[in-house]
Write a protein that binds this ligand. Structure first.
Ligand SMILES: C[S@@+](CC[C@H](N)C(=O)[O-])C[C@H]1O[C@@H](n2cnc3c(N)ncnc32)[C@H](O)[C@@H]1O
Length: 325
C-alpha cells in the first residue's frame, strides 16, 4: 500500500493517472500533453506500472498505456480519480491537450482512410447495402444488454460502434495497427470508454476461455487460411450460453477480390459455416441470406449466422461474470 501511495503521490504521476483514465495513450502522446521529455515520462509510467496502477500493451512498434483495471491498486486509482479536482487548471490544460492529441489521431486515421477509400468503396459496392446488413444483424442479436463483447477482426470498429452500447465491456481485436488506428479514432468518444482495442490474431485471441457473452466475426473469415480453426478459437472464448455472430459472403465468382483485396476464399456455403460452428461445439439457431435486389447482379449475397454455446448459464456463472466486470 505504501508503495502504491508513493507511486501515485507525485504531481506528474497524478496527472498521468487522470489522463490514462480517459484514454489509452502512447509515450509520444503523453510527452506532448505533459510537456516532458521521453525519459521522464517513461520513468513515471514504469513506476505506475510497477505499483499496479497502470498497464501497457504493445501494438507493432507502439506501446499503449492505460489505467490498470484489475487488482487492488486499480480500485485505489479509481478512488483517486473520483477525488481529483476537475477544475484544477493543470488538469483542465491536460484535458485540452488530450483532446488535441485525439483530434490529431483522428486526422491521421482519416488520411489513411482517404488513401484507401477507393478500395473500401470498391468492395462495399459489390455486396448488399451495409445498412441492410446492419439492420439484419441487429435484429438477429436483439437489443438486450449483456456483459462482455469481443469483436474479432474489428477493422475500423464499426461492429463495436453498433453493439458496444449494449455491453458492459467490449474488446476489438485485429492484426493490423492501421485498422486499429481507424477504430481508435472512430471510438474516441465518451460512450465508448468501456471499449478496448488490441492487436491480436484470430487463431490466438487475447482473452480467457469462456469469458465472452457475445463474439462477432464480421467479414473476416474470407481472409483466412483456416476459417474453421478461427471459429473454434472464437468458440473457446464464449461464456456458457454465449452467442456468436458470424457474417460473411455466400459463394461468388468475383475472382478479382483474391488478386486485388487479398481475399482467400470466394465466399462460403451455408452448410460449411454451419458445420464448422457445430464442430466448434455450438448450436446454430439463426441463418439468414441477404440477397441483392433482383437485376442488381453486381451485389454479393451476405450470410448471417447466430450460434449459441450449448451450456446454459447458471445463476453462479452470471454472478461471477458480473463480479469480474
Ligand atoms: C474486411 S475487414 C472487416 C472489419 C470489421 N469486422 C467490419 O466488418 O467492419 C477484415 C479485418 O480482418 C482483419 N484480419 C484478417 N486476418 C486476421 C487475423 N489473422 N487476425 C486478426 N485480424 C485479422 C484485417 O486486418 C481486417 O481489419
Amino acid at each position: 500500500m505504501v508503495g502504491v501511495l508513493e507511486a501515485a503521490g507525485e504531481a506528474t504521476r497524478l496527472r498521468l493517472l487522470a489522463l490514462l483514465a480517459e484514454a489509452e495513450l502512447t509515450v509520444s502522446e503523453l510527452m506532448v500533453i505533459l510537456g516532458q521529455s521521453q525519459p521522464r515520462v517513461s520513468r513515471h509510467l514504469r513506476l505506475l506500472m510497477e505499483a499496479g496502477l497502470a498497464q501497457r500493451h504493445r501494438e507493432g512498434a507502439w506501446a499503449f498505456f492505460r489505467l490498470r483495471d484489475d487488482g487492488p491498486a486499480a480500485t485505489l486509482a479509481k478512488t483517486l480519480q473520483a477525488h481529483l479536482d476537475t477544475l484544477d487548471p493543470v488538469i483542465v490544460a491536460d484535458r485540452r491537450r488530450l483532446a488535441d492529441a485525439r483530434r490529431q489521431r483522428s486526422e491521421l486515421a482519416s488520411a489513411y482512410f482517404a488513401r484507401h477509400a477507393a478500395t473500401f468503396d470498391e468492395i462495399r459496392a459489390l455486396h448488399v447495402e451495409e445498412a441492410q446488413v446492419e439492420a439484419a444483424v441487429q435484429a438477429a442479436m436483439g437489443r438486450q444488454p449483456f456483459g462482455t463483447l469481443l469483436d474479432i477482426g474489428t477493422g475500423t470498429g464499426r461492429m463495436l460502434e453498433l453493439f458496444a452500447p449494449q455491453a458492459m465491456v467490449a474488446l476489438g481485436v485485429d492484426q493490423s495497427p492501421a485498422m486499429l488506428a481507424l477504430a481508435r479514432a472512430r471510438l474516441a468518444g465518451a460512450p465508448f470508454k468501456h471499449v478496448q482495442l488490441r492487436q491480436g490474431d484470430v487463431y490466438a485471441l487475447p482473452v480467457e476461455a469462456g469469458s465472452q457473452d457475445v463474439v462477432i466475426i464480421h467479414q473476416v473469415l474470407h481472409y483466412l487460411d483456416e476459417p474453421a480453426q478461427a471459429l473454434r478459437e472464437a468458440a473457446r472464448a464464449l461464456a456458457p450460453g454465449g452467442r456468436m455472430l458470424v457474417v460473411d459472403f455466400a459463394p461468388h465468382e468475383v475472382e478479382s477480390l483474391r488478386a486485388d483485396h487479398a481475399h482467400r476464399r470466394l465466399g462460403f456455403e451455408r452448410d460449411e459455416i454451419s458445420a464448422a460452428l457445430r464442430d466448434a461445439g455450438l448450436e446454430v439457431r439463426h441463418v439468414k441470406a441477404l440477397t441483392a435486389t433482383p437485376g442488381d447482379d453486381r451485389k454479393l449475397t451476405v450470410l448471417i449466422f447466430v450460434a449459441h454455446d450449448r451450456r446454459g448459464r447458471s445463476p453462479e456463472t452470471v454472478a461471477s461474470a458480473k463480479e469480474g466486470l
